[in-house]
Design a binder for this molecule. Structure first.
Ligand code: RP5
Length: 160
């Protein structure tokens, strides 16, 4: 089983969550992506979350939009670290998603990232950083990724 599970509430979330997947690809971190809806497939959520650790996952990235209960409910049923990505909703531009995910009660944490693509990318980087604590080769790849990012920033703005 790959170490990272990327779960999302709907197919419509994939355009955001694919950025987490692509970032993990760049770091050569295996993952499995699944659609797991807290509201439309609650039994699938319970099955996934209760079995995630035994299945071999180490970190869960959960993205959802609107009434975004997926990350918190997943966190309530697994001891694994859960990173929540608020998907940008049409009605409220993802502020509903953000507040739904971030305002967890004390005792069940969800590491909440930014709304949209930035949150998805950073969730993947945090997942990699967690795994890198016990994986020196991954730590080196993460360092190289960050160095490449630094070197890609121009000194001056361009008109192009
Ligand atoms: C949430 O509802 C999903 O995470 C998604 O962001 C949102 C809308 O879902 P669809 O109506 O596009 O399937 O459960």
């Amino acid at each position: 089983m790959p170490p990272v599970a990327i779960i999302m509430g709907s197919q419509s979330d994939w355009s955001t969550m694919r950025h987490a997947a692509e970032t993990l690809d760049a770091l050569a971190v295996p993952y499995e992506a699944r659609i797991v809806s807290a509201h439309r497939t609650p039994d699938r959520l319970v099955s996934f979350a209760k079995g995630a650790k035994a299945a071999g996952f180490k970190v869960v990235i959960a993205g959802a939009g609107g009434a975004a209960h997926l990350p918190g409910m997943a966190a309530s049923m697994t001891p694994l670290p859960v990173l929540g990505v608020p998907v940008e909703s049409k009605a409220l531009s993802g502020q509903d998603s953000l507040l739904s995910i971030v305002q967890m009660p004390a005792g069940i944490p969800v590491g909440t990232l930014a709304i949209g693509r930035a949150g998805a990318v950073n969730a993947a980087l945090l997942a990699a950083a967690i795994l890198a604590l016990e994986d020196a080769a991954l730590a080196a790849r993460l360092d190289a990724w960050r160095q490449a990012q630094t070197e890609s920033v121009a000194d001056h703005p361009s008109d192009d």
